[in-house]
Design a protein around this ligand. Structure first.
Ligand SMILES: Cc1ncc(COP(=O)(O)O)c(C=O)c1O
Length: 367
């Protein structure tokens, strides 16, 4: 039996008790809200975690890349939404995968619809295609009140090669809100935008099978999802320092930590063996909080942070932490953004309390 204290550093620790509690809570929440849960697996990139989500009733999964879709299809997941505006360079591969599993594609442009319709690869059946809607994040998606939105949905619905699967949005702007009330307001705006646009489509006799929403902060505060069919949170499996700051979770909910050790010390600061290639360079949400790359725990079991342990700078493999600490001492860190932190490592060291119980690979490759 290996104890956490015996591990070489840096190590990515996944607390199984907290992970299970997070998965249970979101599964119950979606059930209560009357929506299917289609978790975004880009957070964990782990078939083991996705199987735990499926065992709790998840309906399919969401991915960000074709690589994730391919690897998770190989791992047995046969209903996958690729929630990313399809790169035209990947259409051929996407069609190939769609012959083996149910693959739902996303578009927000006439160019992408043209390219899908013009693809010469043989189809097993029309390609399930969702239209991306901008509900206020302004990253991608069509403006739901525009004539363009209606035009694109109509084109997909009337295409012989495409099967209109519905509409999808992501409330990333929830990361700029703080506290339950503000987060719930973002979630309600997202719901309203989507239900109103779906009603507009139905007036045009277009069926809308899927109305898909979701981000972790919105889903942790949302009060009703009437009219919505599915939610796609991802980060909720692990949570992180950013979610704590915007009050979408407590420190004691955070399942992912980085175990590091002090390799050099000065009277002003200490250097950890956890740099940008362990923690990522995501310093948090500008304007919401002071930039920081990670916080040290005072007591991980109790879920308390030590305010005097702040990772304030990073280079590739070095992390600068406040305070003078003896070389060799260990610091367990709460990362700022768990999705990007997980993507820096090859495996999770799975722990229950202080005991290592398993190791799970992270499918973080790109092709
Ligand atoms: C399209 C899409 N859907 C769902 C999610 C999940 O959001 P979160 O990680 O906040 O749960 C993301 C995250 O970036 C996303 O880009």
């Amino acid at each position: 039996m290996t104890a956490v204290t015996d591990l070489p550093t840096p190590a990515l620790l996944l607390d199984l008790d907290r992970l299970e509690a997070n998965l249970d809570r979101m599964a119950a929440r979606c059930k209560r809200l009357g929506v299917a849960l289609r978790p975004h697996i880009k957070t964990h990139k782990s078939p083991q975690v996705a199987q735990m989500q499926a065992a709790r009733g998840a309906h399919g999964i969401t991915v960000a890349t074709l690589y994730e879709a391919q690897r998770f299809a190989e791992a047995g997941f046969d209903d996958i939404t690729w929630a990313f505006p399809i790169p035209l360079t990947r259409i051929r591969d996407a069609i190939e995968l769609s012959r083996e599993i149910t693959l739902r594609l996303l578009v927000d442009s006439a160019e992408a619809i043209d390219a899908l319709e013009q693809a010469s690869e043989p189809l097993r059946q029309p390609l399930k295609t969702l239209l991306k809607i901008d509900c206020g994040y302004h990253r991608a998606g069509v403006e739901p009140e525009s004539t363009e939105a209606l035009r694109l949905a109509t084109r997909i619905a009337h295409s012989a090669k495409l099967d209109f699967d519905g509409i999808l949005t992501h409330s990333g702007q929830a990361y700029d809100a703080v506290g339950g009330e503000e987060l719930a307001r973002v979630a309600e705006h997202e719901r309203r935008v989507m239900v109103a646009f779906a009603d507009r489509l139905r007036e045009e006799d277009i069926e809308v099978p899927t109305i898909s929403v979701g981000s972790t902060p919105a889903m942790s505060a949302v009060e009703t999802l009437n009219g919505v069919t599915e939610a796609r949170p991802g980060n909720y499996a692990f949570f992180d320092g950013m979610q704590v700051e915007i009050e979408s979770c407590r420190v004691s909910d955070c399942a992912l930590t980085v175990l590091s050790s002090v390799v050099s010390s000065s009277p002003e600061h200490s250097i950890l063996d956890a740099g940008a290639l362990a923690l990522s360079k995501d310093a948090g949400q500008p304007g919401v909080s002071r930039p920081s790359f990670g916080s040290g725990f005072l007591d991980h079991g109790a879920g308390t942070l030590d305010p005097s342990l702040d990772v304030f700078a990073l280079s590739q493999e070095h992390g600068w932490i406040t305070g003078s600490h003896p070389v060799g001492s260990r610091v367990r860190l709460l990362p700022r953004h768990s999705c990007l932190t997980a993507a820096q490592f090859d495996e999770y060291i799975v722990v229950r309390g202080d005991e290592v119980v398993d190791r799970w690979p992270i499918l973080r490759g790109r092709d």
